[in-house]
Write a protein that binds this ligand. Structure first.
Ligand code: HSE
Length: 422
């Protein structure tokens, strides 16, 4: 062994502690693969009084790591966006390699970091889908292909909640509480539920697949917070599972990027990704469909990805951060041009003429119904109308919803779920 790779870990929480533990417990195999000994020199934490399972020197000052000349790699596990971005920049400016699990920071700043880094390695395998090596798959394994599409269950917490709701009739709030208790959810769980976290991950994957620099505010992102038992029943009746999907598709020079709940054929492999697990289907123009499945959250799974980056850095084989530079020929498809089939849930006054008003609005927007279910709630004189459409555009759907909301007979905000049946 000629040299050590010295690392400093900023943020010694669940993932940081797992990195340190795995580096110790799997030392032999890691050393054999890295070709050097990977040593944790220091950790930085917010609170020195908190008891921890690790026995490395700890400090509360980030400068102790980023200015330490003996540290080769900074592992950033502190989370958050702005402070983490400053740490990442200083790390690279000090010519140290960076390994980060911070998807939110990368969703906003990945191209700036790539530019600052130049030839200095940045590893971010842990930022998307924890233990699944999807970053290396896109950057290396599939690099001979044009990526035609990518569809993924990119957030474990929301998948866990949906699975609990579908399989165990659990209500949304108790399923979320359980996910938090099990440590799957983000510090701010609204990002798990509103699609924000999956959006961050999709943007990172889209850069690797297409060289596109989009930010969260540029793309369609919707969450799972409004899904209810009626939607689950309808999906079941017509052979669908409901999943929060991140979708990237290329058509000519346009890339469509979106995160939203989707009804997908129950028999598809991705529909069988249940509980907290993540799964991604990537279609390349030469390889065809490839599938990736595994733990998207949790200390050890995420630490496994962090260490894979450390090993790659130790081997001196890391490539340009995002695989290739931003591509000027690629444009983001405008949201309103996105096409899909749609499921509608409407609650209306149960009286004559209402259905005719609804179908008239659909006709004006050139939307054709595919399947239809109506349920009555007798004591309240309410009818629930659930139907799916043939393929149409977001623009037509937005207009339709705006028109439906004007009807006096509509009781609740119309709710839609997109149907992905390609
Ligand atoms: N909160 C995230 C999830 C953790 O549930 O997938 C991993 O990014």
């Amino acid at each position: 062994m000629v040299k050590n790779l010295n690392i400093g870990v900023i943020g010694v929480g669940t993932v940081g502690a797992s990195v340190i533990k795995i580096l110790e417990e799997n030392k032999e195999v890691i050393c054999a693969r890295a070709g050097v000994d990977i040593k944790v020199k220091k950790g930085v934490v917010k609170n020195l009084n908190k008891s921890r399972s690790v026995s490395i020197p700890l400090s509360t000052d980030i400068e102790d790591i980023i200015n330490d000349k003996e540290i080769d790699v900074v592992v950033e596990l502190m989370g958050g966006i702005n402070e983490a971005y400053e740490v990442a920049k200083k790390t690279l400016q000090n010519k140290k390699a960076l390994v980060t699990a911070n998807k939110a920071m990368l969703a906003y700043h990945r191209y700036e970091l790539q530019q600052i880094a130049g030839n200095i390695p940045i590893g971010f395998e842990a930022s998307v889908c924890g233990g699944i090596p999807i970053i290396k798959a896109l950057k290396d394994g599939l690099s001979a292909n044009h990526i035609l599409s990518l569809r993924g269950i990119l957030n474990g917490t929301s998948n866990y909640i949906l699975t609990q709701m579908i399989q165990n009739n659990q209500d949304f709030c108790s399923a979320l509480q359980l996910a938090q208790h099990l440590g799957y959810a983000e510090a701010d769980p609204s990002l798990d539920i509103n699609g924000g976290d999956a959006g961050h991950k999709l943007l990172i994957l889209a850069s690797l697949a297409y060289g596109i620099d989009a930010k969260p505010q540029d793309i369609l992102i919707e969450g799972i917070e409004s899904i209810n038992g009626d939607d689950i029943e309808f999906a079941n009746e017509f052979g669908y599972a409901i999943k929060l999907l991140g979708i990237a598709k290329k058509q000519n020079n346009e890339i469509e990027l979106r995160v939203h709940p989707a009804m997908i054929d129950k028999n598809k492999m991705i529909a069988k990704v249940e509980g907290v697990m993540n799964g991604i289907s990537v279609i390349g123009d030469r390889v065809g469909e490839t599938l990736y499945y595994g733990a998207g959250a949790g200390g050890e799974a995420t630490a496994s990805a962090v260490i894979s980056d450390l090993i790659e850095i130790a081997r001196g084989k890391s490539s340009l951060m995002l695989g290739f530079e931003r591509s000027p020929q690629i444009n983001l498809k405008p949201k309103e041009n996105i096409q899909s089939r749609y499921y509608f849930r409407l609650s209306v006054d149960d009286k004559s003429g209402v259905l005719a008003q609804i179908t008239s609005i659909l006709t004006q927007n050139d939307i054709s119904i595919s399947t239809f279910l109506q349920k009555e709630i007798k004591q309240k004189n309410i009818a629930k109308i659930l139907f799916s459409t043939h393929t149409t555009t977001e623009r037509a759907i937005k207009n339709t919803i705006a028109e439906l909301k004007k009807l006096e007979s509509i009781i609740k905000e119309p709710y839609i779920i997109r149907i992905e049946d390609e």
